[in-house]
Write a protein that binds this ligand. Structure first.
Ligand SMILES: [Zn+2]
Length: 255
């Protein structure tokens, strides 16, 4: 049996029988792992107040036959203000679902770990609008998973973005990016991005993470970006995240 220590963010918890919990951890050492927390439900003292959604933990895990076992866990960052505000909880649930469903188990992913840790920490502090954090998370998640949208030129005729005449660009989600008026699909006329928004999206996709989350988005740029990314991400990852429905209901989107 081997044992290892790691920082980890708790991204899902599920009851397992009467006594135990199964928790999904996104860990620094081994990426996404499912572990069993024995007696976490039965005993009030075992893991008391530690195994909460989106907390960052210092965890000790032992692996042998069967499911790895969570031996010890202590709170590193409780991020309690995320769970106290329904809209914050909804955004965090969406990000966690993307990681839960599209990241392979047992593969360390340092940059994605830092990204999740950073957006959760900012979400907890509440200084940056949650929508902006979600833009930063999704743009960087797409880049890290090899699905970056093409925002540099039209996906049809490949003319470059600055050369496209109107300031409002069409979008072709299926083809993976922006489209000029001649190439934009007719059914997607409601979907658009202004050039200013496109530049901001490109800006937050790379570079310094702390600065990316501080970029000022106008309310219109936030709305456009979220409408675009929340269609683009499910389309290219191949499934509709359940948490997105809750998020849209809370935000009061007309959909
Ligand atoms: Zn075109």
């Amino acid at each position: 049996m081997s044992q290892f220590s790691t920082s980890a963010i708790l991204i899902r918890r599920t009851d397992f029988g009467d006594y135990d919990l199964i928790v999904s951890l996104f860990s620094q050492a081994q990426g996404k792992i499912s572990v069993i927390a024995k007696s976490a439900k039965k005993s009030a003292r075992r893991f008391a107040g530690v195994l909460e959604l989106f907390s960052e933990l210092d965890a000790v895990v032992s692996a042998g036959r069967g499911l790895p076992v969570l031996q010890e866990a202590s709170l590193k960052n409780p991020f309690a203000q995320i769970r106290a505000v329904p809209s914050r909880l909804a955004y965090a649930s969406y990000w966690a679902e993307l990681i839960q469903d599209w990241v392979e188990e047992h593969a360390a992913h340092a940059e994605l770990y830092r990204l999740l840790q950073h957006v959760l920490s900012e979400l907890d502090r509440g200084c940056v609008p949650a929508g902006v954090l979600s833009i930063v998370f999704q743009m960087r998640f797409l880049r890290l998973s090899g699905h970056s949208p093409n925002l540099e030129h039209c996906v049809g005729c490949r003319c470059e973005m600055p050369a496209i005449r109107p300031d409002v660009l069409g979008v072709d989600v299926a083809k993976g990016g922006i489209a000029c008026p001649a190439c934009a699909p007719a059914c997607d006329h409601a979907q658009h991005l202004s050039k200013g928004t496109v530049k901001q999206l490109l800006w937050v996709a790379g570079g310094d993470l702390r600065r990316a989350a501080r970029i000022k988005f106008s309310p219109q740029a936030i709305a456009e970006s979220l409408a675009f990314l929340e269609r683009f991400v499910p389309y290219h990852l191949g499934r509709q995240p359940r948490s997105l429905k809750v998020l849209r209901q809370l935000r009061g989107d007309e959909r």
